[in-house]
Design a protein around this ligand. Structure first.
Ligand SMILES: Cc1cc2nc3c(=O)[nH]c(=O)nc-3n(C[C@H](O)[C@H](O)[C@H](O)COP(=O)(O)OP(=O)(O)OC[C@H]3O[C@@H](n4cnc5c(N)ncnc54)[C@H](O)[C@@H]3O)c2cc1C
Ligand code: FES
Ligand code: FES
Length: 486
C-alpha cells in the first residue's frame, strides 16, 4: 500500500491491480464482481458459511521463489488486506488455449455440478487442496470441502471428480503463476512504510509493518478496530453494515505471524492462523487439533487467528476450553509495555475482557506437553463440520498413585464466557477414576452454572453433555490406572 498514492496494490493473473483507498471496507468479493468483472465468484450467504465465494490468496514465500496459496472466503476479507498478495479466481484457471484445469474438467465429466452456483467455490477449494496435496485421501477431500455447501448435487460425484482430477500430472494441477511471481517481488520491494489508505470522508485503514508501529497507532487511536483474520469483523461489515472510522490490520506484522519455540512453551503470535495452530498441536495435543479441524472450515481457519478467537470472547468460542485446560497465558501490549495475564483471568463478563484502552494481544504462550500430563477435549455440535458448539469440554490432569491430580477442566457454552469449572475439578482431584460419580458431577454442574436455554441447545441437553464428557474422560483414565496397579 503506497501512502502517497492512497492505493492498495495486488496481483491478478499477471497484472497489478490498483484499488483506491475508497475501498477501505469493501469486501474482496464485491470488488472482484463489481469492479473487476470476475462474476464467476458467487455470493451465497456473505457470512463465511456457504463457500460460493472461495478464492485463493497467494503470498510470496520468504525465499521469494514461490507463491503459497490459501483458500479464503472473499465475502469476509476486506480489499486493503490484499496489499502485496495475489488473487486467483475461477476465471484464472482456464489456460490460454481455452482448456480447463483438471479439477474443472473432472467436475464436468463426473457430473459434479447441477445448478452450478456452488461450483466455482468448490473448484477453488479443491484447486487449493491440490496445490499442496497431489494425491489427497477421501478424508482430506471431505475436510477441504467442509466449507462448501451444495444443495443439489450431493458430494459423492464431487469427491469422485477430485480423485479423478488427481490422476493428472502434478504440473497440470499446479497453478500457473509464472507471470505473478515477478510482480509480487516488485510489490514487496516497492512497499512503503507505514502504509495507510483513506476514504474521502476520512476513514482510515492502517497496515503497520512492526509491533511498535501498531502499538503507537493504537496509543494514539485506542478506538481503532483491530483486524486480524476478519472472520468476525467481515461479518460485522456485511451483516451489521459496520464502517469503522479506523481499522488497523495486523496481517503485515511479521513478528505477529511467528510461532517461537521457547522450550517449555510455544509463543504464538497474534496473527498466527488457526490452520497453523492446528498443525502445531497435531502431535502434542491431538484432541485440540481435532477441535480445530471442526472449527469453521479450511477457508475460515486459513485466516482466522487464535488471538482473534480469544479477543472476540464468544461464550461458545472453541479454542478457549482447550487453552484454559492447558494453562495458556496471554502477552498483552500497550505502548512499550507488555504484561502477562493467565487466560482464565482475561474474561470479565460476556464479551468483556481485561484489555485496557489501547492494549492488544501480542501473543499467546501455550505450554508444551509435560511428562505424565494427559490432555483430552471434545466438541459437540449438531453437525460434525462447520457448526457452533453446544459445548466443548477440555480436561488436563496427572495420575498420582492411581488418583487424579492437578486437574484443569474447562467448558464453553455453559457460562457468559468460556471458563474453568473449579467445583468439578474439586470432585475429581484426589480421586481414583472409578470413585468419581455421575451424581457428584451433576451437583457440581448445577452449583457452578446458571441454567439457561440457548439457541443451539437447551440447558438440560448442555448440562447432560457437560457431565457425560467428563465421565468419558474419567473412564478413559481407568485402564491407565489398572495397568499401573501390580
Ligand atoms: C463461517 C464461520 C464459522 C466459524 N466457526 C467457528 C467455530 O467453529 N468456533 C469458534 O470458536 N468460532 C468460529 N467462528 C468465529 C471466528 O471465526 C473466530 O472467532 C475467529 O477465531 C476470529 O479470529 P479472526 O482473526 O478472524 O478475528 P477478527 O475478525 O479479525 O477479529 C475478531 C475480534 O477480535 C479483535 N482482535 C483481533 N485480534 C486482536 C488482538 N491481537 N488483540 C486484541 N483484539 C483483537 C478484533 O478487533 C475483533 O473484535 C466462525 C466464524 C465464521 C464466519
Ligand atoms: S458468500 Fe457464503 S461463504 Fe462467502
Ligand atoms: S450444483 Fe447447485 S448448489 Fe451445488
Amino acid at each position: 500500500m503506497n501512502q502517497t498514492s492512497n492505493t492498495v496494490r495486488f496481483v491478478l493473473d499477471g497484472a497489478i491491480v490498483e484499488a483506491s483507498g475508497e475501498h477501505h471496507s469493501t469486501s474482496v468479493l464485491d470488488y472482484l464482481r463489481e469492479h473487476l468483472g470476475r462474476s464467476g465468484t458467487k455470493e451465497g450467504c456473505a457470512e463465511g458459511d456457504c463457500g460460493a465465494c472461495v478464492v485463493l490468496l497467494g503470498e510470496l514465500d520468504p525465499s521469494g521463489t514461490a507463491i503459497n496459496y490459501l483458500p479464503v472466503n472473499s465475502c469476509l476479507q476486506l480489499v486493503p488486506t490484499l496489499e502485496g498478495k495475489s488473487v486467483k479466481t475461477v476465471e484464472s484457471l482456464r489456460h490460454a488455449d481455452g482448456s480447463l484445469h483438471p479439477v474443472q474438467r473432472a467436475m464436468a465429466e463426473s457430473h459434479g455440478t447441477q445448478c452450478g452456483f456452488c461450483t466455482p467455490g468448490i473448484v477453488m477449494s479443491l484447486t487449493g487442496l491440490v496445490q499442496t496435496v497431489s494425491s489427497p485421501t477421501r478424508s482430506e477431500i471431505n475436510d477441504a470441502l467442509s466449507g462448501n455447501l451444495c444443495r443439489c448435487t450431493g458430494y459423492k460425484p464431487i469427491i469422485d471428480a477430485t480423485l479423478k482430477a488427481c490422476e493428472a500430472p502434478d504440473g497440470q494441477l499446479r497453478l500457473d503463476d509464472d507471470k505473478d511471481l515477478p510482480l509480487l517481488r516488485q510489490l514487496r520491494d516497492a512497499r512503503a512504510q507505514p502504509p495507510l489508505v483513506r476514504t474521502a470522508d476520512g476513514r482510515e485503514f492502517f497496515t503497520p509493518g512492526t509491533v511498535a508501529a501498531l502499538a503507537d497507532y493504537l496509543g494514539r487511536h485506542p478506538d481503532a478496530t483491530l483486524l486480524a483474520g476478519s472472520t468476525e469483523i467481515g461479518l460485522q461489515v456485511n451483516k451489521q453494515f459496520a464502517r469503522p472510522a479506523r481499522i488497523v490490520y495486523l496481517g503485515q506484522v511479521a513478528a505477529l505471524r511467528q510461532v517461537e519455540d521457547r522450550g517449555a512453551f510455544w509463543r504464538i503470535g497474534a496473527q498466527v492462523s488457526l490452520s497453523t495452530v492446528q498443525a502445531l498441536v497435531a502431535q502434542a495435543y491431538p484432541d485440540f487439533a481435532e477441535v480445530l479441524r471442526r472449527f469453521g472450515s479450511p477457508p475460515i481457519r486459513s485466516t482466522a487467528t487464535l488471538a482473534g478467537n480469544i479477543a472476540n470472547g464468544s461464550p461458545i468460542g472453541d479454542s478457549m476450553p482447550c487453552l484454559l485446560a492447558l494453562g495458556a497465558t496471554l502477552l498483552l501490549r500497550r505502548g512499550d509495555v507488555t504484561r502477562t495475564l493467565e487466560l482464565e483471568r482475561f474474561y470479565t463478563g460476556q464479551k468483556k475482557n481485561a484489555l485496557q484502552s489501547g492494549e492488544f494481544i501480542e501473543a499467546i504462550e501455550l505450554p508444551k506437553p509435560a511428562p505424565g500430563r494427559v490432555f483430552r477435549a471434545h466438541k459437540v455440535s449438531k453437525r460434525f463440520d462447520q457448526d457452533i458448539s453446544a459445548t466443548c469440554c477440555a480436561m488436563s490432569y496427572r495420575l498420582l498413585d492411581g488418583k487424579f491430580a492437578d486437574v484443569r477442566l474447562a467448558y464453553n457454552g455453559l457460562a457468559p464466557s468460556p471458563c474453568r469449572a473449579p467445583r468439578l475439578e474439586a470432585v475429581i482431584n484426589g480421586r481414583a477414576p472409578d470413585a468419581v460419580t455421575a451424581v457428584e458431577l451433576e451437583q457440581a454442574i448445577a452449583a457452578s452454572f446458571t441454567a439457561r436455554d440457548g439457541l443451539r441447545a437447551s440447558w438440560v441437553y448442555r448440562s447432560l453433555l457437560a457431565r457425560n464428557l467428563v465421565l468419558q474422560f474419567v473412564e478413559e483414565a481407568a485402564p491407565t490406572v489398572a495397568e499401573a496397579t501390580p
